[in-house]
Design a protein around this ligand. Sequence first.
Ligand code: G
Ligand code: MN
Length: 423
Amino acid sequence: MKPSDRPASAPASPSSLVGGSPSSPGIGVPAAGKPAGPTGPHVLLVDDDDGVRRVFGRVLSRAGFQISEAPDGATALTMLARQRFDVVLSDIAMPGLSGMQLLQAVRERGHLVQVVLATGNPTLETAMRAGALGVVHYLTKPVEHTVLVEVIRKAAELQQLLPPVAQPRPPSDPGQSSSRHRAVLSAALTRALAELRLYFQPVVSMSNRCVWGYEALLRSCEPTVPTPDAVLGAAEKLSQLVPLGRRVRELAAAAASSLPATSRLLVNIHPLDLVDPDLLDAHAPLSEHAARVILEVTERASLQDPGAVERALLTLRALGYGVAVDDLGAGYAGLLSLLHLRPDVVKLDMQLIRDVHQDSRRQKLVRMVLTGCRELAVDVIVEGVETRQERDALMGLGCDLMQGYFFGYPHPEFLTVPPERYQ
Ligand code: G
Ligand code: MN
């Protein structure tokens, strides 16, 4: 943070500095202060230095924040997968996962949290990379405690502004804040659309030991709508799903030119896209690559006119697109979608896959879907494979096409899968 960004009221005396070297005289925290507020926004402090965590924790809990601590990035990621936090405040230079890698993983995994980075050794490069990954603040240690509290408070406020689909807590003042909320959301969505990116996650064929395809997943760099669900929720709320879908397909078309020769590209579409003339246009950018593109559909919202869906699917097939039903077995995608959408591929929801090696009911359900889909000549992709045990159990059940962190995280480039993941 530049000195000019500091609040004018922030004292700059050495005794108000926190997060420097623990032996420095600058870490003293005034004894007076508000008591810890167990109901305030929840902050996850990530730093390999116990002293820094202790001091940051003390300052922030006195300001009313709930504090949890992680001594390294890997522990932080485990905690983020299990629990909701409002803000992550992380050191950059840590052994193992660096703060920057942690930030990248948080974005790739789509965790709904604001990230503030703190470093004792600021460089332009880390500041720029942090900015590109949607970090809300970049602090230089030692940090004045008033600045620390102010920055974390602002980050927590951003988190509160997330759209309801992504943020279950209702706004504190729904009546008065709804038009302001809409304006804030609209500005956030405009920024998110301008900076939208696609990441690509491999889908492997175990029998051919190759990447069968890549799923394009949208990623936002906008802190107020940091996850795909938040962007979709905002677009839905503001009736902007059509421009969002067009932007995603434009980016997918641009990426398709560098798609590895034997792979397909799986692109998520919203049911409403099915009635967008741009999707059905033979001259639309993505249509040029249709023969290598599989459109993934989830019936998140039902369409007014079911006939329109069937007509759209006929046109898409004539253009050469393949069709996949996404998240089969979860909320929206039931067996009827196999009937109505007549997909080429179904993707089995990751809730059915989690710990499949330990659960005979899950095994039976997976086998049942595989048998049914074989009879219907539909390929099955199992999603969300995270461990070797899950992979082995699924192979034993006859699954061939698999996707999940075990094989690769979503990444801006079309990465290959390490050979040992097939062994
Ligand atoms: O709904 P859809 O299947 O398109 O969503 C895919 C989402 O799942 C992406 O945001 C992706 O980052 C996430 N994802 C991909 N692989 C895994 C995995 O192995 N485990 C978990 N928990 N999430 C995953
Ligand atoms: Mn999908």
